[in-house]
Ligand binder design. Sequence first.
Ligand code: PGA
Length: 251
Amino acid sequence: MNKSRQSLIAGNWKMNMSVAEGCALAQQIVSQAATVSCELLLCPPAPLLGFVMAETNGSEVQLGSQDCHFNDAGAHTGDTSAKLLADIGCGYVILGHSERRADHGETDQQVAAKVTAAWRNQLTAIICIGETESQRDAGKTLSVVRAQIAGSIPPGATGANTVIAYEPVWAIGSGKVPSVNDVTKIHAETRTAFAEAAGAGEAELVRILYGGSLKPENASEFLALEDVDGGLIGGASLKAQDFIGIASSCP
Ligand code: PGA
């Protein structure tokens, strides 16, 4: 089993948390970070980034954003550039999350442009892929995942500048999870598809996260799999105990 890749446990807070709640959560996570061996990443809503940064400063806990624009500056009301995210100290940005694809109509092409902006500003892009329930029922999971990898990851991907998060849309926030067999197969296929795009060497290095209803109770069976290099956590990232509980399950 190749667990030479350091696992990454990323908390996607989505559109949750007040300033006080976010700071308290970050403080609790920072205080327990030394108890886990994986890398920890917090992705709060953009207005909280500076507040959470004040809590994570000087710790090993990383900070990331949930989105960025594909330009570095300009007339884009309401958007945030990867350049500014890097400037305030972010190391990561989540791109192409299914909620952005659904709520904002983001296409693979737009996701790829944002990934390029992230790389241009030395941010690691966490690129989200995953099938809907109807695509799964139609037996299209592997072809959907392959198409998203081909379309959302521009040339130049490496194991260092990219993390892939496989998140079946039907598992997000639903309490439902795929079978361990399916995750095994889909993550292996994802690594193969990444190898075709970026080369076998980079594919050995790239971290592939599983996301969708991960909890302390079900995390260890997924995190133990050879091609699962951590998790992207939504609901369970809002409680320090659950988030650290999942992180503690990393082999
Ligand atoms: P969930 O969300 O853990 O609440 O299912 C995961 C995600 O959307 O990243």
